[in-house]
Design a protein around this ligand. Sequence first.
Ligand code: GLA
Length: 394
Amino acid sequence: MTTEEMQKNIEKVFKERFGGEGTIYASAGRINLIGEHTDYNGGFVFPGAIDKVIMADIRPNGYEKVRVFSIDINQYAEFGLLEEDAPKESWARYIFGICREIQKRGGVVKGFDAVFAGNVPLGAGLSSSAALESCFAFALNDLFNGNKIDKFELAKIGQSTEHNYCGVNCGIMDQFASVFGREGNLMRLDCRSMEYEYFPFSPKGYSLVLVDSRVKHELADSPYNRRRESCERVAKALGVETLRDATMEALDKIKSDITAEDYFRAKYVIEEKQRVLDVCEALVRNDYETVGKKMYETHNGLSKDYEVSCEELDFLNDLARELGVTGSRIMGGGFGGCTINLVRNDLHNRFIEEVVARFNDRYGHEPKIYDVVISDGARKVKENGEEVKADKEL
Ligand code: GLA
């Protein structure tokens, strides 16, 4: 479904459920060119928002209750705004968490009615949850707080929601990308200083293609949190705040004091930190061969050292290499989802045909293919019946 069709449907359902119309907001899913599992280690990430969004029609209702309907799963939830009012539906906890985290920071949230839907594929590693969080955080900042909460705080409100209401100890990358995304630009974020830079990204002769294995991952209570714990243990053993400040030499010195597993987790993170910087440099030179080579190295590290890949994603990576794709790697938290591929234009169609056919032969279902369009992040879409123009200022 296109975003325009989705918007029409949201407006229609809002009218049927609550009458009239609210204000429409959206926020985006994200890709990440390189820099995986580096955010919670104080390293660099290199994401961009995509043209797939979560969109919500929202209107204050004058009560102390939130009434919200999810079109995609056809479920309604209702909850109050105190800590003990937490809803049991896991999807509604994202919205409840945003309300609570705004309140905890001294912000205002009153009751509202909302209808939402999305076209960010779920469980594909494209951060549908960050899109949902950022959409509501942005909206509630606009509706109740006169936009006084700054954008970084909005991203942190989403991240704290994951930590405190959804059981995932995630870093800041997804919410940052979803809030700060800008059409045509990737962003390099230093997750220690929180400095960031927009990088216009329109590689000549190449495109980014996502191959979604449709193997679903679930990050809650998951190996994701255990990866993070490994990194924190090693940082502690090294006497540094995060692995951002670690080197391979220092890691090798304490090798016998830590488990082999922790050693390889930290090795991956230390190497990945450098790869992000190398890729940024290569991009400035339009050197896509180096960008691609680094992507393969990341996949290898994520698969062998960080162990967040799975058979299907390794298969997709091998296939990309065999077909001569410039760069390919698992993207996002791992344990399923997508690979991101840097593909020469002359190979684009053949790559997609081969990947779909050969994956299907092997696993009995076709992967989904998405061409990446780097787009805007959180925004107001429609207010008082008028479409809101995007603000293009940097
Ligand atoms: C998930 C998390 C992010 C990040 C990635 C891995 O998407 O939400 O914070 O750690 O995994 O790079």
